[in-house]
Write a protein that binds this ligand. Sequence first.
Ligand SMILES: Nc1ncnc2c1ncn2[C@@H]1O[C@H](COP(=O)(O)OP(=O)(O)OP(=O)(O)O)[C@@H](O)[C@H]1O
Ligand SMILES: [Mg+2]
Length: 596
Amino acid sequence: MPRIQLLAPSVTTKIAAGEVIERPSSVVKELLENAVDAGASRIDVEVEQGGTELIRVVDNGCGIEPEDLPLAFASHATSKLRDADDLFQIGTLGFRGEALASIGGVSQTVLQSRVPGRDAGLEIRCDGGTLSETKPWGGAAGTRLEIRHLFFNTPVRRKFLRSPPTEMGHVTESFTRLALAHLSLHWTLTHNGRTVYELPATTGLLDRVAMFFGNEVSAKLFEVRVEQGPAVLRGYFADPQLDRGNARMQYVFINRRWIRDRNIGHAIQEAYRGLLMTGRYAVVFLFLELPPDQVDVNVHPTKAEVRFREPNAIHHLVHAGLRERLRRENLTARLIPTSTLGPPRATDFTSGAANAGLPPWTLAAPQGPSHLPFSPPSATPLPPMAPSAPGLAPEPPRTPPLPIASSCHRAFQLYDTYLVAETDEGMLVIDQHALHERILFEQLKRRWREGKIERQPLLIPEPVDLTPEQAGRALEHRDAFGELGIEIEAFGGDTILIRTAPAVLSRATPAAVFRAVVDHLLAKDRPPQHDVLFNDLLSLVACHSAIRAGDRLPPEEIAALLEQRRLADDAHHCPHGRPTALLFSRADLERQFGRI
Ligand SMILES: Nc1ncnc2c1ncn2[C@@H]1O[C@H](COP(=O)(O)OP(=O)(O)OP(=O)(O)O)[C@@H](O)[C@H]1O
Ligand SMILES: [Mg+2]
């Protein structure tokens, strides 16, 4: 067995660098954090070959005192922290005194700095961890760092670097995260001599968002500003129609530090529940402000993950803040013509092409007053829920009425599947199953919360044969079935006896719903949270109970269904997130037929 030895500093630096510096974008992140901490009002970033050849960051911040310059590259040397207690009062982005040591260990770095007010500055070089002598430097006040040939002395790591465009993508992302959180700074980013971003100081986050992601995104954002105890949540989040296939456009910051947090990610997805299809992610720009002692940032090498003292409170703040605001929006999918090339071919209406988003009609964001970004929160009061079912206390009517509540004058059924209704806003095409499912789901959910889902005893209790695994899981969740209105008991072997069914279940046989619920329970490795589980189970019951596509409806049933639509809290989406209705606005129809 080889002897235990202390590693030489040249080796330990490289190991530490591996934690902090993974690729050029990590260097950019660290240098930009330092420039922000230095109080700069302008930061210029120049990159060559995605940062593999050169990264240069110039700031006009406080500079480094000449006698401190060599210390900047020392490990655990920092001006931002004095003792361990300070770790819980961190007000700067950096605090470990590790970044420059790591960068200097794996590159050829030049650091030049001049403190404002001093006649001259100083320059020092660090070549793979070896420091040069200092020499005078006559540049502008502030700090200038030049990093060349990253990983020149760790060839294995250099080999892991991707192509310059890919590395540049990561660099841009690091730049974006910092520039989104620090609006009062002027930022520039240049790649191979070409300006990528020139972002003047601004007071508005929307301006910055528009600079990075275009007006397409910034015009579809809702504002949120809520407080809960000492915590404040501010920012913007997008109309669900702006959804993405991954969570990369979910920008979350704690005290202006970009972080990744599963708990907050979950709260965001929960807030959008029913508005996004499975596997789709919302776009958000959220800024949480917390007293520093409520969050531990010293838990991850790159400080991208943090630990909250009260994660549940944070989850609640984000979830409730977004959910409330989303409920105020009229999110009916709306069809608008995408071109002015002329009226659509008749087949576009009849073949379902419109629904599939094919030209010349595509799904687009709703427009109109309720969608103007950021009416002040108080301007649109949260519409109270209308009475949902007999027996529930009536609540005041919505003020002002949302388009969704406007009545349907006339309606008829198409293909035994869709309802076409005339409303003041235009022609509404409704998916009868999706709408009914939504209405039932909301009714069930309200009643479930009150602990009174109505159950109906079966005249003849129904035995259901299951596999041993299914039977075991069913009996294990007997109470959950009870909450759903399904009373079950063991009936010998792997047979379960169903004694009661939810009263809402007029269309499906209780056994079919029961089986579906058992399968759902089996599909989960770990039991989900109680209310998450019930959300799924109630949506299953609603789905089985709802009118189906293909059911021909008499006029009275059509009228009743449309009437109930007014009572639903979110009549725009079925519980799985699909739209329940598409609106062809009257103005759009008139435009298409050349009437206006
Ligand atoms: N652009 C800059 N302007 C002024 N001072 C700087 C600048 N960059 C680095 N420094 C000084 O050098 C020190 C070391 O920087 P370094 O990034 O290595 O550590 P840190 O920022 O203190 O902590 P962390 O490792 O968490 O980033 C800083 O504490 C700061 O005093
Ligand atoms: Mg730092």
